[in-house]
Write a protein that binds this ligand. Structure first.
Ligand code: ADP
Length: 253
């Protein structure tokens, strides 16, 4: 940025002040770059299904005598693309969630995980994968809808990126002032070089595979944002072709 203060060599308060000012500008610049790339990625995610819808309409318009099958096929593709658009928009809205959200629900984790596990049974059947739950009785204070979203995303990923006949293990244990929740899978794993980027919006290890599986690439950044809002942390350990473990720490009630 052209506002940087250059050629300050004094080792006194003025030098310190100039250095802090420059550091602030650097952070501001990084934030602009981040916002720009976020907007470009979001636009790309929206553009792809829109282009599919438009192409379908044009094919019908150019066809002199479209058959009922042509229309049916077109409606099917349009419906899928519309669903995709709704999914991306909903994820973007969650990421930009309202500051007025309440964080005062008493959340029973055991119940929460049982509900998520039931909701995900169709995906378990599809992947012939089993979810094992071993969750302590302790509760946490927070926003029930957002915390549900966190663990739904993590368990859904653990199933989506699993092998057939795989296992997903969820363990919740109290430790000091926190509850530690680990979600382990026996899946494809995440390459070491991808780990530092895994929580960045729109990052996917394998773009085409992840898109085919229906993901927007926003899941883990939503997860991290929500956990940080609850004063918790999330970390990941993974070995390619062996599996991945996400560990979440959230303050106990
Ligand atoms: P997506 O919507 O693509 O699943 P996420 O933000 O949830 O986006 O995850 C980002 C990427 O991290 C995924 O595309 C996938 O490559 C990788 N990933 C996430 N969870 C797992 C997992 N449990 N096992 C292997 N890879 C994973």
């Amino acid at each position: 940025l052209s506002y940087r203060i250059e050629n300050i060599s004094t080792k006194d308060e003025i030098g310190d002040l100039a250095a802090s000012f420059n550091k602030m500008l650097d952070r501001l610049e990084q934030s602009f770059i981040y916002q720009k790339s976020f907007a470009a990625n979001a636009a790309h995610e929206l553009k792809t299904p829109l282009a599919t819808i438009k192409a379908g309409i044009q094919v019908l318009k150019l066809d002199n005598a479209p058959t009922i099958e042509d229309y049916e096929e077109n409606i099917e593709v349009t419906e899928q693309s519309t669903e995709r658009l709704i999914h991306v928009v909903n994820d973007l809205l969650t990421l930009a969630y309202k500051q007025t959200e309440k964080f005062s629900d008493n959340i029973e984790l055991k119940n929460l995980f049982e509900t998520i596990s039931q909701e995900l049974q169709p995906l378990c059947l599809e992947k012939t994968t089993t979810i094992y739950l071993d969750i302590c009785e302790e509760t946490i204070i927070g926003n029930q809808t957002l915390i549900y979203r966190v663990f739904y995303n993590l368990i859904e990923n653990a199933l989506k990126y699993n092998m057939n006949n795989g296992i997903v293990k969820v363990i919740g244990r109290p430790q000091n002032k926190f509850i530690h929740i680990s979600i382990s899978d026996t899946g494809i794993g995440i390459p070491k070089e991808a780990i530092p980027y895994i929580f960045e919006p729109f990052f996917r290890v394998d773009q085409s595979r992840a898109r085919k599986l229906g993901g927007t690439g926003l899941g883990l950044s939503i997860v991290r944002t929500i956990i940080e809002k609850h004063k918790g942390t999330i970390s990941v350990k993974s070995t390619v072709n062996v599996g991945t473990t996400f560990e979440v720490k959230l303050p106990k009630t």
